[in-house]
Design a protein around this ligand. Sequence first.
Ligand code: ADP
Ligand code: ADP
Length: 229
Amino acid sequence: AGVITFEQVSKRYPDGTLAVDGLSLEIPDGATTVLVGPSGCGKTTSLRMINRMIDPSHGRILIDGKDITSEPAPLLRRGIGYVIQNAGLFPNRTVLGNIATVPLLVGMSKRAARARASELLERVGLAPELGKRYPAQLSGGQQQRVGVARALAADPPILLMDEPFSAVDPVVRTELQDELLRLQHELGKTVVFVTHDIDEAVKLGDRLAIMAVGGRLAQFGTPAEVLEA
Ligand code: ADP
Ligand code: ADP
């Protein structure tokens, strides 16, 4: 589950900027698709349209063949984890509190949510004692791991990642990329990953969607297909 289809999707912002122009794309399930291209080519806008933080001006988006506007946005978002640069953690909640946010929100008991959060902490490679810390007491790389754990907490079939590793130093970045590859292999989710870094795209992507200035899709295919073209 989790095939994402863009049908002739365009987005024009109120100031007239055409951020995405006639994007048609089928993102396969259970694999990582990387949206890659220079700054300003519409990657983030495309990603945010999947969880309806932004709605298209034209065209439509389907998940498993169903128009995403056919259910309320909060319900849609339960099936979609979202990870951003600098993790976006809640500063006043502990690490475990951050990870348990969604499970508690959907009615899981405190005890079960805590157990789930601890399990995820381990899964993203963090020591149990970090669970009691606040985000400001973690390194940048650790914060990103917590961000990934929080996004996985509801076990969503789809994971959206917007330049999640770009703010950490190169060594930690490589570690996080390797960790994501391992996790992805275990979990088999539909991951849509945004980056401007072609090396990162080739490393992580099962499919690459190369976007060009003006918000158009330039190429789509496996890394081998795209690099040969
Ligand atoms: P990318 O993620 O590839 O850097 P974005 O999707 O963030 O690209 O932006 C695509 C284009 O839309 C850019 O020209 C950007 O300046 C513009 N843009 C993004 N957000 C807004 C907004 N809220 N209002 C107007 N223009 C925007
Ligand atoms: P990184 O190179 O991953 O960014 P840092 O140098 O920021 O790492 O942090 C190294 C270690 O120090 C980490 O284990 C982190 O948990 C710990 N640490 C960083 N900042 C704080 C803090 N404010 N309070 C407690 N521990 C911290």
